[in-house]
Design a protein around this ligand. Structure first.
Ligand SMILES: O=C(O)c1cc(=O)[nH]c(=O)n1[C@@H]1O[C@H](COP(=O)(O)O)[C@@H](O)[C@H]1O
Length: 248
């Protein structure tokens, strides 16, 4: 398994920009889709639905298929608990995992330090640690009126990205719409992971801050998280190939 954490994203094959979200509660379904897409896709995401249903052994199953795994549990807790979660996740040899930037500087620092200690003691590569800024399902009015943050959403995202960088994180999750602002504020090496990706002929569903795969790549994204446009297709392999061809 390639667990290279260097951000040499300008040189990566276009298809490697895609992370496929295996959002299902069923191990067999997840592994079937993973096997179907594995000829063209290098990275999959295990989110809350799959992880909470089938447990951490799914990570091992996916590693056996030679896939890199992003574990998306969006940790958001007191620093000590986040550090414990970091320890458990790092031991599994995941490629990437994430925390909510809203947990604050100390939580992110403790999580990173704990992951570093485990990676060092086990002599395994340090997983990429990514901070979630504002969910791609959040719009301006939700941010202002419900969450109570009274600023333009792009400013919040950039502010959170700077905080994640200050905590030593490798990058952030945001909409591809915000990638140029994040890169300006945090540097080109700071990784952007962008869900909210939709082909023009598909339903937006619950996403709000969306782009097409081609727009996301043109905006400079490092990795696009794509779920339903691939996993709910009649043929996930063909859907993945169509998406790759739309921007490569
Ligand atoms: O952290 C994530 O991966 C994430 C953050 C975010 O802001 N928005 C978002 O959609 N995601 C995840 O990205 C995936 C998007 O799935 P689709 O909307 O089906 O492409 C889901 O697994 C979400 O949990």
């Amino acid at each position: 398994m390639d667990n290279n954490n260097m951000n040499d994203n300008n040189n990566m094959p276009p298809a490697d920009k895609i992370i496929v979200a295996l959002d299902t509660d069923n191990r067999e379904t997840a592994l079937l889709i993973a096997k179907q897409i594995a000829p063209v896709i290098k990275t999959v995401k295990v989110g809350m639905e799959l992880y909470y249903s089938v447990g951490p052994s799914i990570i091992e199953d996916l590693h056996k298929l030679d896939l890199r795994v992003f574990v998306d549990l969006k940790i958001h807790d007191i620093p000590n608990t986040a550090a414990g979660a970091a320890k458990s996740l790092t031991k599994t040899g995941v490629w990437m995992w994430n925390v909510h930037v809203a947990g604050g500087l100390k939580m992110m620092e403790k999580a990173r330090e704990s992951a570093q200690e485990v990676a060092k003691s086990l002599d395994i590569p340090m997983p990429l640690l990514i901070g979630v800024t504002q969910l791609t399902s959040t719009d301006q009015s939700t941010l202002n009126e419900q969450i109570g943050i009274n600023e333009p959403i792009q400013e919040t995202v950039v502010r959170y990205a700077k905080l994640a960088k200050a905590a030593g994180l490798d990058g952030v999750v945001a909409s591809a719409q915000e990638v140029p602002l994040i890169k300006d504020a945090c540097g080109v090496e700071f990784i952007t992971v962008t869900p909210g990706i939709r082909m023009t002929d598909s339903s937006v569903d619950d996403q709000v801050r969306i782009t097409t795969p081609k727009q996301a790549v043109e905006l400079g994204t490092d990795y696009m998280v794509i779920g339903r446009n691939i996993t709910k297709a009649d043929n996930p392999y063909q859907a993945a190939v169509k998406i790759i061809n739309s921007f490569a």
